[in-house]
Every structure is written in structure tokens, then in C-alpha cells.
Design a protein around this ligand. Structure first.
Ligand SMILES: Cc1ncc(COP(=O)(O)O)c(C=O)c1O
Length: 468
């Protein structure tokens, strides 16, 4: 994990989109109007938006040109053929079903393979994967490796715990486990990568027990980059070859192509089992559309066919992963403790550690999130007890998240390092007066996924009144 400095962007800028910083009193007003929930802010009121890396990337000149080549034929479109050929080549799978985003792939797959009371095992379920499992009556089991929660930096913190997997299968039997999923990179533990060794070990276990092994591969190319950089034997391999070796280990994939598809919308399922493919397409026609467009326009498929190839360009990946690492170093210098090593798509600040005077029940992550907006018009997101806490619906107990984090996700090919330097400057200003930050209380919340829509109020009146 040595670093050799941040390489320059491997592209130049052809089209620009103006952004503007509102004056501080306006930002304060906007935040109050949004009830201190950053999901309630309007795009035009945000200067730098680090809410998510999903669907927020910039397209290349080739992708913009390809939009015009979109074939909007209902069935058998040329654009579908381009998309199918690309996905087949990358994933090594025979059957390809496009859909509009990752969660619709999950919906189709779980509706088809999952029966009530069965388990889906994952290194760590992403929220929508978990929600889709629960929605079909399944039980979502996470088996991340022990290093995933350690504060010590180490490579491949996204791995699955293979010993626990063996034990789990032994205890519950393969009939209760229709699928094991490997999420690459492991988003919920900080975009941490999974090693090829771990991918192969899990593959061998699944084969031995005859359990379907799928990847949730939203960030497959970023994962391949880490394998090349940090796993012995891969330093001289092309990303395409690493991807091929990786995908050969699994029976199928679900992908939200809004990440490593370098597109603003899209997803797919790819697999080899013809019977499962038939079942999926039957459902697909009911919920997404004909299997050669899957809820997307022909032009979207054309854009994806290019994005999925561009994302494996080494200089692009090298710039991206090093940009995330660079940003992490800047934030550390500004006094913010971060999860290390930095992963593929975001830097996670440990707000619990940074703001020890705010208890988890008062959401230190939210205090930091609102401070970023007030101080610099920067939108980031709380990944702590506001997102994962609440009431346990089964026993009424109050839940708190294991850690109070703030995620700062980097959209692909959108912000330059000077934007990130600006954000680091905002971080420094916050650090200079972090003792003045106070927590929040919930004024209103929904029963499920409360963080998206809840209304908040400062736990003390001075919460957002930092001096300018
Ligand atoms: C690992 C992973 N799986 C699935 C999804 C869901 O994808 P979508 O937002 O396209 O529905 C996401 C989105 O962030 C993700 O990160």
C-alpha cells in the first residue's frame, strides 16, 4: 500500500457545468428548510456534492457520441447487441439481462431463487440487497472477515470470513442457502476490496456444497485494481485479465452499472444457467420490460457498452484510486480521523472519534455532515446511528450503529484535486472549532430507511451557529 503521489487526471475537460457557492446565511436558511437533512437540499444549493458515487459520474466523448447511435428498436436492438457482447466478454457469462439499476437486478434474482426463511450469505449486504432479501422473506447474513472492523490498516478488509461460511453451511445445510454473494468492492465496510484468494476460496466452498455463487459487482474494476496493486502475482497483469479470472469463479452477477459502468443509469444480471435465465426473463417482462432493453433506452445500453470497457483502463483506475487516497491524506492532515486504508470510492471519517463530546444518540455524524454544508456548501452523508439506528421492530429496543461515520464519496471523473483541496480546507475550518458543534434530535421519522426523509432539530440552539 505504498503511495507514489497523485497522478494527474488522464483526461482533459471538454464541457463544463458551472457550480456556485451560496452565501453562508443562504446556506443556513436552506439547511433549516431541509430540516437539517441533507437529502432535502436542492442540487443548485450545493457547491461540491460528495453524497454518492452512484450515477453521478461524467461521460467520455465516446459515450456522448454513442448516445446518438442508440437504437430504440423494441426487440433485438443493435444497442442491446453491443451491450450484451461487452457484458459477456467481461463477465464470461452466456446470458445477459439488462435492467434499470442494481436493486431491480436484486429484486428479479431474489424473487426467483429465494423462499421464505432461507438465508442469503454475503461478505456484507449493501442496504438494497439486504432490503430485497428481507422483502422476499429471506434472512440476510453478513460474514465479513475480522479485519473489516479493525482500526489497523490492512489490505483486503472486504473479504468474507471463509471459516464462518463453512460453519454456517454446516449448521444450516445447503437447502436453506440458495445463494452466497460476494460484494466487490465491499461497499458497506468502506469500499474495501476482496482478494482473488478469498474469491477463489469462497468459490471452492460453494462448488463443494453446490450453492449458487453470485457477485454483486457494482465496483468490479476498482476491486481488480486493488488485486493488481496489493495481491502478490498480479502486478503485471492487465485489469481485463484480472477481471476475467475473477468472474470465472462465480455462477452469475448482479450489477448496478451506475458505478463501474461509468453511466448515469443501468444495471444487469449475467449468468450461465439457462433455466434460471428463462425464469428471470419471464419475470423481467412483467416488471422491467422486454429482455433486450430491460427498462433502459437503447442509448443507455450503448453508453454502458463503452463505459464498462473504459472503466478497465489502467490510467483511469490509477488516477481514481489514488485520488481517493490523496483526499484521505488531506482530510487526515485537517485533523479528521479516517477509516484506513481508503477504499475504492469514498473516504469515511470517524465522526464518533472526532466529536467525542457528542454521544451516538445525538448523531455526531450528522453534526459533522451539517457542518460541512454550513461551512463550505459541501454535501456529505452520515453513515451511523441516524442511518442504521432506530427502534428494533422485533423487540422495541433502541439500536445504535457500530460506528458513527461520515462518507465522502467521489463521483467518477467529476471533481479535480483542487475541488478536494477546497473540501480539505473546509475540514480544517471545522476542526478549528469542532468543540462548538452540537448534536441533533429527530423531530419526525418514517418507520423504514428513516435517514432519507427524517426531520431533525439541533439538540442545542447554537448547533449551526458557527462564526464565518
Ligand atoms: C454494492 C452495491 N450493490 C447494489 C447497489 C444498488 O444499486 P442501485 O442504486 O443501482 O439500485 C449499490 C448502490 O449503491 C451498491 O453499492
Amino acid at each position: 500500500m505504498k503511495h507514489r503521489g497523485q497522478p494527474p487526471e488522464p483526461y482533459r475537460i471538454k464541457s463544463v457545468e458551472p457550480i456556485r457557492l451560496l452565501h453562508r446565511p443562504e446556506r443556513e436558511k436552506r439547511l433549516i428548510e431541509a430540516s437539517y437533512n441533507i437529502f432535502g437540499l436542492r442540487a443548485q444549493d450545493i457547491y461540491i456534492d460528495l453524497l454518492t458515487d452512484s450515477g453521478t459520474g461524467a461521460m467520455s466523448t465516446r459515450q456522448w457520441a454513442a448516445l446518438m447511435m442508440g437504437d430504440e428498436t423494441y426487440a433485438g436492438a443493435v444497442s442491446f447487441q453491443h451491450f450484451e457482447e461487452t457484458v459477456r466478454k467481461i463477465t464470461r457469462k452466456r446470458f445477459v439481462i439488462p435492467c434499470h439499476q442494481g436493486r431491480s437486478a436484486e429484486n428479479m434474482v431474489f424473487t426467483t431463487i429465494l423462499e421464505k426463511g432461507q438465508y442469503i450469505v454475503n461478505n456484507t449486504h449493501f442496504d438494497t440487497t439486504r432490503a430485497n432479501t428481507l422483502h422476499k422473506g429471506g434472512i440476510a447474513v453478513d460474514l465479513p472477515c475480522p479485519e473489516s472492523t479493525s482500526l489497523e490498516p490492512s489490505s483486503f478488509k472486504g473479504n468474507m470470513d471463509v471459516e464462518k461460511l463453512e460453519k454456517f453451511i454446516k449448521k444450516h445445510g445447503r437447502d436453506k442457502i440458495p445463494m452466497v454473494i460476494m460484494t466487490v468492492t465491499n461497499n458497506s465496510v468502506g469500499g474495501q476490496p476482496v482478494s482473488m484468494k478469498n474469491i477463489k476460496e469462497v468459490s471452492a466452498i460453494c462448488k463443494k456444497h453446490n450453492i449458487l455463487y453470485f457477485f454483486d459487482c457494482a465496483r468490479f474494476a476498482e476491486n481488480c485494481y486493488f488485486i493488481r496493486r496489493d495481491e502478490s502475482g498480479y502486478a503485471d497483469k492487465a485489469i481485463e485479465d484480472i477481471a476475467a479470472e475473477m468472474f470465472e469463479q462465480c455462477d452469475g452477477v448482479m450489477m448496478s452499472a451506475k458505478k463501474d459502468g461509468l453511466a448515469n443509469i443501468g444495471g444487469f444480471v449475467a449468468l450461465n444457467d439457462e433455466r434460471l435465465y428463462q425464469k428471470l426473463t419471464e419475470l423481467m417482462i412483467i416488471i422491467e420490460g422486454f429482455p433486450t432493453y430491460g427498462g433502459l433506452a437503447g442509448r443507455d445500453l450503448e453508453v454502458l457498452a463503452i463505459g464498462l470497457q473504459e472503466v478497465m483502463d489502467f490510467s483511469y483506475l490509477d488516477f481514481r484510486i489514488e485520488q481517493v487516497a490523496y483526499f484521505g491524506r488531506q482530510l487526515k492532515q485537517a485533523g479528521m480521523p479516517i477509516v484506513e486504508p481508503t477504499g475504492g470510492h469514498a473516504v469515511f471519517v470517524d465522526a464518533g472519534q472526532y466529536l467525542p463530546h457528542i454521544p451516538a444518540e445525538r448523531f455526531p455524524g450528522q453534526a459533522l455532515t451539517t457542518a460541512f454544508y454550513i461551512e463550505g456548501g459541501v454535501r456529505v452523508v452520515e453513515i451511523g446511528s441516524l442511518m442504521f439506528g432506530g427502534e428494533d421492530l422485533t423487540n422495541g429496543e433502541k439500536l445504535l450503529a457500530p460506528r458513527e461515520l461520515v462518507r465522502m464519496a467521489l463521483p467518477r471523473r467529476v471533481y479535480t484535486n483542487s475541488h478536494l483541496d477546497y473540501v480539505a480546507g473546509v475540514a480544517q475550518t471545522i476542526t478549528n472549532r469542532k468543540e462548538s458543534l452540537t448534536g441533533y434530535e429527530i423531530a419526525w421519522e418514517s418507520e423504514l430507511l428513516r435517514h432519507f426523509t427524517c426531520r431533525l432539530k439541533p439538540a442545542a440552539p447554537e448547533a449551526v451557529q458557527m462564526e464565518s
